[in-house]
Write a protein that binds this ligand. Sequence first.
Ligand code: PEP
Length: 259
Amino acid sequence: MASTKRIPMIAGNWKMHLNSKEAADLAAAIRKGLDADLKHEVLLAPTFTSLHAVKAALAGSKIILSSQDIAWEEKGAFTGAVAPSQLIDAGCTAAIIGHSERRKVFLETDEMINKKLKAAIKAGLVPVLCIGETLEERESQRTYRVLETQLIGAFSGITAAEAVKVVIAYEPVWAIGTGKTATPDQAQDAHVFVRRQMERVYNKAYADAVRVLYGGSVKADNVDELMSQPDIDGALVGGESLKADKFLRVIHFQTVLTR
Ligand code: PEP
């Protein structure tokens, strides 16, 4: 199982689902179902329009409220964008950055993601940085090259001290929303690679401490095996996080002996 030094994080990405009442109700149900002695972190990322309602539903709880994106500028003529200070004002303490849907649908580049990462760090938000290869890249043996490029691009110009709060989410694009999950071994191998890259970018202490979540069709019935891998420190969950009972099971994963 993952190092006890790294606190596991289970994150729910609600994407463009739920109105604000539905989001608040789901947040309240998740909050209610948490074990009182839960030691790890739970993060919820509703759409921008539901942040206030979810913040109210989570008031006084330890659940982390996150946005699904962030602007790299603080203010100005950026129609449709939401600034770091506006996210904080809405109750966020974290921001998902570089999700593959942002990269693919909204054509976000590593350069833009780097600027967003810097903006989140400057604002004191916990960045959840997503990286991952497409099916075509995996099948043409380019997985590691892609991960390396994404990591180097994202962390460019950021010091290890500045990057201390960053959480990395390895999300193979071919596994997101497809029902196809990376095998625990495939995920573990990628996580080890990510950690090695972070050792090259910064140092071993950083690489040992950084949390690397797995994302891609994590479900109540596969989370235990995934979380039993030594370098998987948590999960970023899409579809399964929209169902309180299933997501609560994911949150309360049980590690199993796999080797
Ligand atoms: C995601 O949204 O980051 C994700 C991994 O989605 P899903 O769990 O539905 O594959």
